[in-house]
Design a protein around this ligand. Structure first.
Ligand code: ZN
Length: 175
């Protein structure tokens, strides 16, 4: 296993369409392992193969705080989507930035695992957002194309959220 270099916005590989995986070779397995390791190392909740320079339809996601429920999806496709959610999003390929993006609130995704077994999964809220974000990478799209109101510094947003939290605590009288 090894950490891979994360490509950043401006790198042409991030603008290309990734190819369907027809067979799980040892290289694909190694890539999936490395992508998980790279995602955990950088503190991200998802990573798509083009972000490490490989144009294959492979994404890894883990939105849990415990970082112990990795999802590895080959050839993922969204079958259904409904509802809307609007919120902040960030991307390991656009470091230190965040922006507001509207996404479906619920999706049904079909994908294959590393044994090429086919799965269908329903996801809501943050997981639905993460899936949509990662699948966009496979078609050469970054969330910045969808941002409402421009990009902001992640540190600025963090400070703002901390302040809001402090205020809420004051109001509720918590010590
Ligand atoms: Zn991303």
């Amino acid at each position: 296993m090894a950490l891979r270099t994360i490509r950043e916005m401006g790198d042409p590989v991030l603008e290309k369409k990734a190819k369907t995986i027809k067979e799980v070779t040892p290289r694909i397995r190694a890539l999936a392992q490395d992508m998980l390791e790279t995602m955990y190392d950088s503190g991200g909740v998802g990573l798509a193969a083009p972000q490490v320079g490989i144009l294959k339809r492979l994404v890894v996601i883990d939105i849990t705080e415990e970082r112990n429920e990795p999802l590895t999806m080959l050839n993922p496709e969204i079958l259904e989507q409904d509802g809307v959610q609007t919120g902040y999003e960030g991307c390991l390929s656009v470091p230190q930035k965040v922006g507001i993006v509207t996404r479906p609130n619920r999706v049904v995704v079909r994908y294959r695992d590393l044994e090429m077994n086919e799965w269908e999964m329903e996801a809501e809220e943050f997981l639905a957002r993460a899936i949509c974000h990662e699948l966009d990478h496979l078609d050469g799209h970054l969330y910045v194309e969808k941002v409402e109101g421009g990009l902001r510094d992640a540190s600025e947003l963090e400070e703002e959220q901390e302040k809001e939290q402090d205020q809420e605590e004051e109001h509720s009288g918590a010590e």
